[in-house]
Ligand binder design. Structure first.
Ligand code: SF4
Length: 339
C-alpha cells in the first residue's frame, strides 16, 4: 500500500515550499482529486492542504474589475453581489455546475484544474489512455465518444474540459494569477487550458509547484445581455454535452461587441471567434432565424465529429442561437419566441 503524507500550509510561500517535495500535490476542496485518488488515477505521495490559506476574498479592483481568490468556494463566487450584478455569466455557469454540496466544497482554483470526465480516463480498467499514461494510446478513439470533442482534438486525445466556470471565464477575458518557485505570473484564461496536441497529459500551462492564487476579471461590458446555456442528459448534476456562454454589448439596437464560447466540445473552452465577428455590427432586428443559424454554424466551423458525437455538430449551433435569443431578448420563430 502506498503511503500518503499530509501537510497544511500556513501561507502561500509555505505551500510553495512544501510543494517542492517529490510527488506533492495541492489540495483545496478535494472534490475532484479525492475521487481520482480513490480510483488510482491520481497518485500523489504528499498532499499540501491550501484550503485554509487567506485566498478566499472576492473584492472590487481599482479599475472596476473583480478579484476572486482561488480558495473562494464556487457557491461564494456564484452568489457574491458583484458577480451577480456585473458578471452574470459567471454566476449562471457556476450555478449550473455540480450539486449544491459540491459547490460548497469546490474552489475557484480547483474548478480551473478539473480533469476530464472521459470514461476511459476515469476508469483504470481501460488500459489505453494517453492522458493517464502517456504513450499508451486512446481507447476513446474506437470506443463510445458521446461526450467527446468535436473541435481541436488530436489523434492522441479527444477528451473535453468539464468546467462550466471556465467557459464563462473565457467569455469574460479572465486572467489567472499564479505563484510558484520562480515567482508570480499571470496567464490569460484563453492560454491557460491547452489543446491536447501530442501532450494530452498536460491539461493546462501550469508548471510544477505553481499555485493559483486568484482569478481577476476586467470591467465587463457584458453585464446586461448575457446567458449561460447548458445542455445535458439530465436537469442537474451532469456535465455539459454542449454549453454556450453568449454575451453582447449593445450600442442602441446594434451589437457593438460579442462573446461566444462553447463548452463540452473541446479540450478547452472554445471561443467562437468567427461567430463573434458575424455578430458585431448586426442590428438586433436583423437577427432572424437564418442569421442565428449562420452564426451558430460559424461557431462549429471545422468540427470533426466521431461516430457517437456527430449530434453535437447539430446541437451546438442551436444552443448558440438559443443562448443569443435569451441574452438579447429578441424573438424568433426557430428558438420558440421571446425569452
Ligand atoms: Fe484518454 Fe483522452 Fe483518449 Fe480519453 S480521449 S482515453 S482522456 S487519451
Amino acid at each position: 500500500m502506498q503511503s500518503l503524507s499530509y501537510d497544511r500550509a500556513r501561507d502561500v510561500d509555505h505551500a510553495i515550499e512544501l510543494a517542492r517535495q517529490p510527488g506533492a500535490k495541492f489540495i483545496g476542496g478535494g472534490t475532484n482529486l479525492l475521487d481520482l485518488y480513490k480510483s488510482g488515477i491520481e497518485r500523489p505521495l504528499r498532499l499540501v492542504d491550501v484550503s485554509r490559506l487567506a485566498l478566499s476574498a472576492i473584492e472590487e479592483l481599482p479599475d472596476g474589475g473583480l478579484s476572486i481568490g482561488a480558495m473562494a468556494s464556487n457557491t461564494a463566487a456564484a452568489n457574491h453581489p458583484l458577480v451577480r450584478q456585473r458578471y452574470r455569466l459567471l454566476s449562471e455557469a457556476l450555478l449550473n455546475g455540480a450539486s449544491t454540496q459540491l459547490r460548497n466544497m469546490a474552489t475557484v482554483g480547483g474548478n480551473l484544474l478539473q480533469r476530464t470526465r472521459c470514461y476511459y480516463f476515469t476508469d483504470p480498467a481501460f488500459k489505453h489512455c494517453n492522458k493517464r499514461e502517456p504513450g499508451s494510446g486512446c481507447d476513446a478513439l474506437d470506443g463510445h465518444q458521446r461526450i467527446h470533442a468535436i473541435l481541436g482534438a488530436s489523434e492522441h486525445c479527444i477528451a473535453t474540459n468539464p468546467s462550466d466556470m471556465s467557459v464563462a471565464l473565457a467569455a469574460l477575458d479572465a486572467v489567472v494569477h499564479l505563484q510558484g518557485p520562480d515567482g508570480a505570473r499571470q496567464v490569460s484564461i484563453h492560454d491557460f487550458h491547452r489543446l491536447p496536441e501530442d501532450r494530452p497529459q498536460d491539461d493546462t500551462v501550469i508548471q510544477p509547484g505553481e499555485l493559483i492564487v486568484a482569478v481577476q476579471l476586467p470591467p465587463s461590458p457584458f453585464s446586461r445581455h448575457a446567458h449561460y446555456l447548458k445542455v445535458r442528459d439530465r436537469a442537474s448534476y451532469a456535465f455539459a454535452l454542449v454549453s454556450v456562454a453568449a454575451a453582447v454589448d449593445l450600442d442602441g439596437d446594434t451589437v457593438r461587441d460579442a462573446r461566444i464560447v462553447l463548452g463540452g466540445v473541446a479540450h478547452k473552452p472554445w471561443r467562437a471567434v468567427e461567430a463573434e465577428n458575424l455578430l458585431r455590427g448586426q442590428a438586433l432586428d436583423a437577427l432572424d432565424d437564418a442569421a442565428l443559424a449562420r452564426i451558430g454554424e460559424a461557431a462549429v466551423a471545422g468540427a470533426r465529429p466521431y461516430p457517437h458525437n456527430a449530434f453535437k455538430v447539430t446541437l451546438a449551433p442551436r444552443a448558440v442561437a438559443r443562448a443569443l435569443v435569451i441574452a438579447t431578448g429578441i424573438a424568433t420563430g426557430m428558438t420558440g419566441g421571446k425569452a
